[in-house]
Design a protein. Sequence first.
Length: 415
Amino acid sequence: MAISDIQEYAHLTEADIEALGQELDAIRRDVEDSRGERDAKYIQRTITFQRSLMVAGRVVLFASRKKPAWVLGSALLGAGKIIENMELGHNVIHGQWDWMNDPEIHSSNWEWDNTCPSSGWKHSHNFTHHKYTNIVGLDNDVGYGILRITRDQKWHPKYFAQPLVNALLATFFEWGVALHHLETDKLRTGEVKWSDKKDMAVDVARKIGKQVGKDYILFPLLTGPAWKSTLTANATANFIRNYWTYAVIFCGHFPDGAEKFTLEEYETETQPEWYLRQMLGSANFHAGPTLAFMTGNLCYQIEHHLFPDLPSNRYAEIAVKIRDLCDKYDLPYTTGSLAQQYGQTLRTILKLSLPNRFLSATSDNAPETSSELKFRIRGGMKEVFGVDPQTGKRRGLKTALAMIGKHTPVHRLTE
């Protein structure tokens, strides 16, 4: 099962968690107080660069009947759409630049290049996902209503098709996001009525119409004789953006170490415990400046979940402080290469398409999901936690994971 007692799982006292929260609050204040000209220049340069890519791509596609121009135009548009989706749209809608009071890049005005309206994204992502991160039953992003990514989700024969569903989701990710916003999975089960989603469906349909009209009618027609090759180039650019966005998001939420949580944990949660849940429920991947930029700085998913409305260009410096805090409180800082994080995610998606009886690990100590019960090994937790006789320091979660091994079989204590 998922974590139902975050304090026990992290092996921190209430005082520890409160102190951790205060240190995270201080990091937020430091960034808020230091926002200024360099941040404003960063976002303005990003907007200029992204729009330049799009204009260059559109111009090149006038010659798209020749293959080199088609390839170049598709690549330019694909890169431009990735930047608009990740570093601009996603982050602007989070309100990361509202402090500038610039109406052009204010979260209340920005409409992104996506089939899901930004107004809907603010609710389904900014509110639901970021407030209830990885809480099974509250966070709709846990499997997006169509994938089983934790054993807390009851297996059903439909999950046999999970590998194919995952591939389709990656290919048509922006469409999946729009349908996810409508909660089509709950509409199918009757948990939500169509009458409750009528206005939302109208907004999504209107936005889809604009996107289809722009990419597959207007811009192809503007290139005259090259309309057909321009249309395929636009579709290719959207596929490039979809695959990349899907990979970045999945690597931040579903690799090993990105833990899941139960409703019981949430019911008594404090603000410092919310911070702790974000740290334990998110995952990073290694990236240099260029890769970080192309991910919208979501290679720093832990930092983003802690401070979703702080400027993304500051996440790299925040990450240094978060790592120090993890060392101080002996907490894991889940990260790895992009290939490693996606490899673990794909493994989870493939294996959880099968019933539990075909899986070897226990539901409390599987690579993709664990709980505080994993530490209740024979003889209790005393041998794992407690004071290290060599250093004199109390052992915490990171040390415990290293001592007992990530996936040691759990022997539950009897009542």
